[in-house]
Design a protein around this ligand. Structure first.
Ligand code: PFF
Length: 463
């Protein structure tokens, strides 16, 4: 077999996988989902999903990847279950969809680096004009996709791992500094209360669907990204502890992102938290405000630095999104890595164009679909996010755990997990994972998948 490359160290893998998980999903997606649905009640649902259901899915994905040393389609073949490789194909398709819109948002973040550098804090109130300037933001997106392709073309340890190791810790420090500052602003506590004190009457079917979709998206699960990263991990690695670290890091950054945004919304609205559902523009409208309150050169430097780091967080995620189809094409179709990378990246950029146009520039894509039972139209980008994040990822996760427990069999999974984790067998964690992977996760994920399809695409609520 050709040398596929691999992570050079334990830390390298953890940082790269955490880099995949931590991205726009945490800093852009999480706060806006919290704002749109349920506040702290959403946060509670999200945390439960991450630890109880998603962590077992993550462990399973990494184990399948390491066992087979293959991309998500090749992995099912290598285990001898070719019929199941449709799960891998579905994952690759989801990755295509996700990267197509993700890159558009990353392009916005990239554009904000410049806006902050010139001290244009007013952009907070001109965000929709910014997104409608499609040639400009399209160019930013193109540069972002090209950068992603460049890193992926450099291979595993040379590109992905190196970037992640340095940038992730820097982002954390920057966020902590901003949280500290935001908390000192007037009315910050009103925002914090909305974010942290749950009102469980806010929970409804839609909140559950969104929280699950957000958990999968944020942890990069359900599409084989971690099967792919797992395929580059060596046998000495302790998968269960690495996955625990990745989950904690990802959830931790999301929670901190909320502590950064909500106090700021409290400050801006004078404490009124009844209108925070501004949607995908949320961070682009609130964050410049905080740098504006700092003001002057210092505000501009802080703002620039923040969006630079956000771009890097997005980059370690786009890299993993691109790596999935690339690994597939390289392994299964025998295409050279460098060639595969540019072909796939170009195709995904093109698929992303409707998402780019659907933010006010094109009426058709901005009001792309009106779901049954809804009064308002959904734009193309949000539609793709609903299809990929809320529908396909949980379905993929459900099928992966079901496959691992009942087709590949639990004892094989346990065997793989015990490499690098000598105390795993017989532990409480093993018992829990057996139960979660075998029964809890397939049942709950399957059930929520059915509810999601009925509610979102047919307008039928059974609750
Ligand atoms: N987890 C990334 C984020 O939260 O920004 C997005 C993502 C990356 C999703 C990789 C899926 C994936 F395979």
């Amino acid at each position: 077999m050709a040398n596929r490359g691999g992570f050079s160290s334990r830390l390298g893998f953890i940082m790269a996988a955490a880099g995949s998980a931590v991205g726009l999903g945490n800093i852009w997606g999480f706060p806006y989902e919290v704002g749109q649905g349920g506040g702290a009640a959403f946060v509670v649902m999200y945390l439960i999903f991450c630890f109880v259901l998603c962590y077992p899915v993550m462990v399973t994905e990494i184990a399948i990847g390491r066992k087979t040393q293959k991309n998500p389609v090749g992995a099912f073949n290598a285990l001898g279950y070719k019929k199941w490789n449709f799960v891998g194909k579905m994952g690759i398709f989801s990755g295509f969809l996700i990267l197509s819109f993700y890159n558009v948002i990353a392009g916005w973040a990239f554009g904000y680096v410049y806006e902050m550098a010139i001290g244009n804090f007013d952009i907070a109130t001109h965000f929709s004009e910014f997104t409608q300037d499609v040639f400009k933001v399209g160019a930013y997106g193109m540069v972002f996709m090209a950068t992603t392709a460049y890193v992926v073309s450099k291979g595993i340890s040379g590109g992905i791992e190196k970037a992640a190791k340095f940038l992730m810790p820097s982002l954390l420090i920057m966020i902590l500094l901003i949280v500290g500052y935001a908390l000192t602003l007037p009315n910050a506590m009103d925002g914090l209360r909305f974010y942290l004190v749950p009102d469980f009457s806010e929970i409804n079917t839609q909140v559950v669907i969104n929280a699950l979709g957000q958990a999968f998206f944020s942890l990069s699960l359900g599409m084989g990204a971690l099967i792919t990263y797992g395929s580059y991990v060596n046998k000495k690695e302790n998968i269960v502890s690495a996955a625990a670290f990745i989950t904690l890091a990802d959830v931790g950054i999301a929670v901190l992102a909320g502590m950064m945004i909500f106090p700021l919304i409290g400050f801006m609205s004078g404490g009124a938290m009844d209108n925070v559902g501004s949607g995908p523009g949320l961070i682009f409208e609130t964050l410049p405000e905080i740098f504006g309150t700092i003001g002057g050169t210092f505000g501009a430097v802080a703002g620039t630095l923040f969006f630079v780091l956000l771009c890097f967080a997005a980059l370690t995620s786009t890299v993993s999104l691109l790596e999935v189809p690339v690994a597939y094409v390289v392994d299964e179709k025998n295409v050279r890595r460098s060639r595969a990378v540019w072909l796939v990246a170009g195709a995904i950029f093109l698929i992303g164009i409707p998402s780019l146009l659907g933010n006010g520039y094109s009426e058709f894509f901005s009001k792309f679909i009106t779901y049954p039972g809804s009064e308002t139209a959904t734009d193309f980008l949000s539609f793709i996010a609903n299809v990929a994040n809320d529908t396909l990822l949980p379905l993929g996760g459900c099928l992966i755990v079901f496959f691992a427990a009942h087709v590949w069999k639990k004892h094989n999974l346990d065997e793989e997990l015990s490499h690098g984790a000598p105390n795993y067998k017989g532990s409480f964690l093993q018992k829990y994972l057996n139960f979660a992977v075998g029964y809890l996760a397939p049942a709950v994920l399957g059930f929520i998948f059915v509810i999601t399809v009925l509610k979102t695409y047919f307008g039928i609520s059974i609750f």
